[in-house]
Design a protein around this ligand. Structure first.
Ligand SMILES: *Cc1c(COP(=O)(O)O)cnc(C)c1O
Length: 345
């Protein structure tokens, strides 16, 4: 049923079959099938191409089934795969909210697929009707990001569900930041929405951006298509092992979340009352957008003091806006102290 949305060459593709696929499931102790070096255990062996142990563990943590999980080299791999599986270059198009995460547009350009950016409302809320008005017969994918980067707000569930119900193609909801709020995550609704793909990542709350591990949650049909097209050993052994360690330490993750949310509660009003700040926008993530009197000058002033924030002032709807990540209490105090001194220059 998803097949009508898939590129013909991908439907017809015979995927690469690796040595480890063939023996799978049987006990063995002598491995002479993959031209590996027998020394330097365990790094001499190719890793599990489908990361089964990790999927089993993650499934319990995220409340999904193992066959609803895809792992990639960052969420960025899943984003690219959406284009490679569903979008015919120079024929199909995708629709996305604007402003949003830059990789959806970059991957569209790389894959030579038309990218239609539809502005959010001035308060960064989603108007499903406006988005759907940009859809035509060649639209294969709609990109949503909730909480949205760089604006920080979660999109209203009723608007997202309208998109899911009315659009007949693939809808991606990137929930890289969903761990920082108590809203119902969309991965819990995969059974209701068979064309939904939800993205998560180890790079944010899970504090593991360095290991490059992203996730897509979707129907087993969509996951199989991703598995068919991905590099055979796309997630290396060190990454799989480190992810298992992080998943075994939930109390630590929860402590980090509590600390960051408390800091967020304190930092937002403190920034908002600075004379150089015109507005702080509500956030459901571990960052927030602040509209300043002069974002460029304030940005360079902070850089000179060794404090780096993201200057988003040239992004649609974000004139004079800085995007600020919640750091440790010490880092947040350093930022606040520097911004308080800015006025007295
Ligand atoms: C940070 C971020 C990601 C994470 O990407 P990785 O490749 O997994 O590090 C994904 N989506 C959004 C919107 C982000 O802000």
């Amino acid at each position: 049923m998803i097949d009508s949305l898939v590129r013909k060459n991908i439907l017809a593709l015979t995927p690469y079959s690796c040595a480890r696929d063939e023996f799978k499931g049987r006990a063995a102790s002598v491995f002479l099938d993959a031209n590996e070096n027998p020394y330097n255990t365990p790094l001499n062996r190719y890793p599990d191409p489908l990361q089964e142990e990790l999927k089993k563990k993650l499934a319990t943590v995220k409340g999904v089934e193992p066959d609803q999980i895809f792992f990639g080299n960052g969420s960025d791999e899943a984003i690219d795969l959406v284009y490679r599986v569903f979008c015919e270059p120079r024929v199909d198009n995708v629709v996305a909210i604007s402003p949003t995460y830059g990789m959806y547009g970059v991957c569209a350009d790389i894959n030579d697929v038309e990218y239609r950016a539809v502005p959010l409302n001035d308060d960064f809320t989603l108007d499903a009707d406006r988005l759907l008005a940009s859809v035509d017969g060649q639209t294969k994918v709609i990109w949503l990001c909730s909480p949205n980067n760089p604006t920080g707000n979660a999109l209203a569930r009723d608007q997202v569900e309208r998109v899911l119900n009315e659009f007949q193609g693939i809808v991606v909801v990137d929930e890289a930041y969903s761990d920082f709020n108590d809203l119902r995550p969309f991965r819990m609704d995969l059974y209701r929405f068979p064309r939904l793909i939800v993205l998560n990542t180890f790079s944010k709350l899970w504090a593991s951006a360095a290991i490059r591990l992203g996730m897509a949650f979707a129907s087993p049909e969509i996951i199989s298509l991703f598995n068919k097209v991905k590099y055979p050993y796309n997630v290396n052994l060190l990454t799989q092992e480190q992810a298992m360690k992080m998943l075994a330490d939930l109390p630590h993750i929860n402590l980090w979340r509590a600390t960051l949310l408390k800091e967020r509660t304190q930092l937002l009003p403190a920034i908002a009352e600075l004379p150089i700040c015109k507005a702080v926008y509500p956030t459901d993530a571990n960052f927030f957008l602040a509209r300043m009197t002069d974002a460029d000058r304030i940005y360079h002033y902070l850089v000179d003091r060794g404090i780096i924030v993201r200057n988003r002032s040239r992004v649609e709807l974000c004139g004079n806006c800085l995007r600020i990540t919640i750091g440790t209490p010490q880092e947040n105090n350093a930022l606040l102290g520097a911004l308080r001194r800015f006025g007295s220059l």
